[in-house]
Design a protein around this ligand. Sequence first.
Ligand SMILES: Nc1nc2c(c(=O)[nH]1)N[C@H]1C(S)=C(S)[C@@H](COP(=O)(O)OP(=O)(O)OC[C@H]3O[C@@H](n4cnc5c(=O)[nH]c(N)nc54)[C@H](O)[C@@H]3O)O[C@H]1N2
Ligand SMILES: Nc1nc2c(c(=O)[nH]1)N[C@H]1C(S)=C(S)[C@@H](COP(=O)(O)OP(=O)(O)OC[C@H]3O[C@@H](n4cnc5c(=O)[nH]c(N)nc54)[C@H](O)[C@@H]3O)O[C@H]1N2
Ligand SMILES: [Mo]
Length: 769
Amino acid sequence: MTTTPNRRFQHTSHWGMFTAESVAGEVTAVHPHEGDSDPSPMLGNFAGSVRSRSRVTGPAVRRGWLENGPGPTERRGSDEFVSVSWEELTELLSRELRRVVDTHGNNAIFGGSYGWASAGRFHHAQSQVHRFLNQLGGYTKSVHSYSLGATGVIMPHVVGTHSQLFERSTSWDVIAEHSDLLVCFGGVPIKNTGVNAGGSSDHPTSGALNSFRDRGGKIVSFSPLRDDLDGECDWISPIPGTDVAIMLALAYVLASEGLHDRAFLDRYCVGYERFEDYLLGRSDGVPKDSQWAQEISGVPAATIASLARRMASGRTLVSVTWSLQRIKHGEQAPWMGVTLAAMLGQIGLPGGGFGHGYGSMNEPGMAPVPYPLPTFPQGRNPVADFIPVAAISDLLLSPGEEFDYDGRRLTYPDIRLVYWAGGNPFHHHQELSRLRRAFARPDTIVVHEPYWTPMAKNADIVVPSTTSLERNDLSCTRNDAVLVAMHQVVPPFADARDDYETFAALAHALGFGEEFTEGRSSQQWIEHLYSQWRPAVDADGGNTPAFEDFWADGHYRMRTQDSLILFGEFREDPEENPLGTPSGKIEIFSETIESFGYDDCQGHPRWYEPEEWLNGQRAEQFPLHLIANQPKTRLHGQLDHGAVSQASKIFGREPIRLHPAAAAERGLVARDVVRVFNDRGACLAGVVIDSGMHPDVVQLSTGAWYDPLDPADPDAMCVHGNPNVLTPDVGTSSLSHGCTGQHVLVQIEKFDGDLPPIRAFDPPVLLTR
Ligand SMILES: Nc1nc2c(c(=O)[nH]1)N[C@H]1C(S)=C(S)[C@@H](COP(=O)(O)OP(=O)(O)OC[C@H]3O[C@@H](n4cnc5c(=O)[nH]c(N)nc54)[C@H](O)[C@@H]3O)O[C@H]1N2
Ligand SMILES: Nc1nc2c(c(=O)[nH]1)N[C@H]1C(S)=C(S)[C@@H](COP(=O)(O)OP(=O)(O)OC[C@H]3O[C@@H](n4cnc5c(=O)[nH]c(N)nc54)[C@H](O)[C@@H]3O)O[C@H]1N2
Ligand SMILES: [Mo]
């Protein structure tokens, strides 16, 4: 036998650029991009993923749906599936879409389809499904993200934007050169910086923190977990959810000791006085001093007071991770973070001010490209109905009911058909027992998926998608210099099709095929997106190559806007470059928000007591605070069957970290399997013991595929370790209704029964006719 050297195919993913080797339709090895200074270990999940036993091999329809037709049912999630041909699938699905539109109207389709899908500008599942549904006449959509549900609504009121906080954040090189002190609420978790929507050619965070330290820079990390900050720092571990109280006390010290920058507050902000009345206790009789914050957070008053003075004595960046707004009252942490930075008077100065998302994703701190990116046009949605994204269960369970959102009173439409491509609500949504009851309500649930995820198993019509490895595409992202040619690594698996091909066939069956495809094949679309994008780049002096040359080369390096300082132009000239707020300034007090009259989000940042916290009543019953953060070993639920993710599991269960004291109190040792529970549900997980955490905190990442012991029972225990069987399905506040999945109180006990098998990665029973 002769061996030929494997060809390597260039590709990219949300967790970085790489080249892949393949044999017989399977990826066998993945090599990080040479230019990447700190590649993500998650690349190790790819090998063996294409022909995984969890792949959807061909179109499948739930048996009950096929036999009884569309309608509400509790059998979703436990029924068998029947294999159908592509012709039959196209016929059934186009007929059902037509029925729903004709009988109930387009707003009866929920097509929000939230989720991360895969990298690539053309085969982007959400763009594909939204273009298709728009051309069908529209759909009820969702707004904002699970990532930034609270920030997305509050920050435009406070600083006139939310996206610029990341896209035009102060760059890492500026921080490394100019900052003296980083005060990081939520740390700067390196595990998260592996990821960027659309992929990255480099991962600079670790390197930047090292250069910053080499220059003498110091870091204070507020976090329940020591490893949210790699390397040297002052680690302070408050009671989770109390950061706003700590920030208020820091502000109190600044105000009461005259360390706040009055000139900055006068020139660049509105409403400081109203806020100060609250801060000093003039309006409510409660001074928000260090002693007050100590009682709430457990952080010694002296620590807070000395930190405040330290912050005022040099160039200080206040950094708030996104996790802090993915909790009840999540609007307050970014609002208060900006307020604290404003009091220090360093917003818009090199290395000072505010940062939101350092360590949440790779993007913050990276330089943006100055021109638009190649984009597959989604068209216009004629339907006005929408929900804040994390209100999916409310939407399905409460048709016709009114709800508050950002100063408006809206109504949930009556949804008959749910269409998902590129997301996994059984990964992302909270209180899964409630989600299952919500998913029993519509007539039909359609899911495009490469894998038999729990979402696919809970659908009626399952459409087998290719993964990005099975097709060509273009990739780039706002804060990365490299446009990547994603070369197909392997042929499409089994009977899987690109989402584009599926939608093209459906559009033809429904009479708008030409409009959907514009007569282009996918390769022609990729070339078209490239040529549409070129002129702006060339006008900027870019000298882009012809498509063929770009494709053969594999990448093109774009110009970036380097060394940015967040709100630098605003600081230089606030009259010429006002913020997009009503006053043009930073709104420490917002008349707009005050005018909404919400009692859970008032006119200036405040401390509100949450329900899921260690000092509250619920903690008497459920005394451990579970942090459901992003997993180190994968992106969300993607490739949970991959080698890196699997290597972390304990007897196949997701690891849960406990402090030695919490473990000892419960007679637990490392590698025990435990039942984690509260009054919403329970899951199994495998014990890891770690002294680098708050003693009353446990940590169980999201992403283990939901695996109910009895698939017919919506309240069944998840045997695999998905924390969303425990988390509350409540919004951050009436203002934004953001996701609050990061925090939940639980109790833990040793699981002594026989270990149930993990069936999460098994396909369902699939009948053939
Ligand atoms: N408790 C708790 N819950 C959380 C969070 C938390 O902090 N705590 N964080 C939240 C956050 S920030 C987020 S962003 C969400 C993430 O939630 P999701 O984005 O929904 O999670 P993913 O697992 O990335 O889901 C993407 C799905 O797309 C599929 N896919 C990949 N490529 C393709 C394709 O080409 N076509 C199609 N049709 N499908 C494809 C993948 O197989 C995968 O199942 O989770 C949220 N949930
Ligand atoms: N490896 C990996 N990286 C990812 C993702 C992934 O799935 N895997 N997902 C990506 C996505 S979509 C997003 S939106 C971002 C999310 O970015 P984040 O939301 O910032 O990420 P998390 O890991 O959920 O939380 C960061 C840290 O905040 C800490 N924390 C939690 N609660 C508190 C608190 O009350 N106070 C303080 N001070 N700290 C607290 C936790 O210890 C946690 O490790 O991550 C991205 N990066
Ligand atoms: Mo996210």
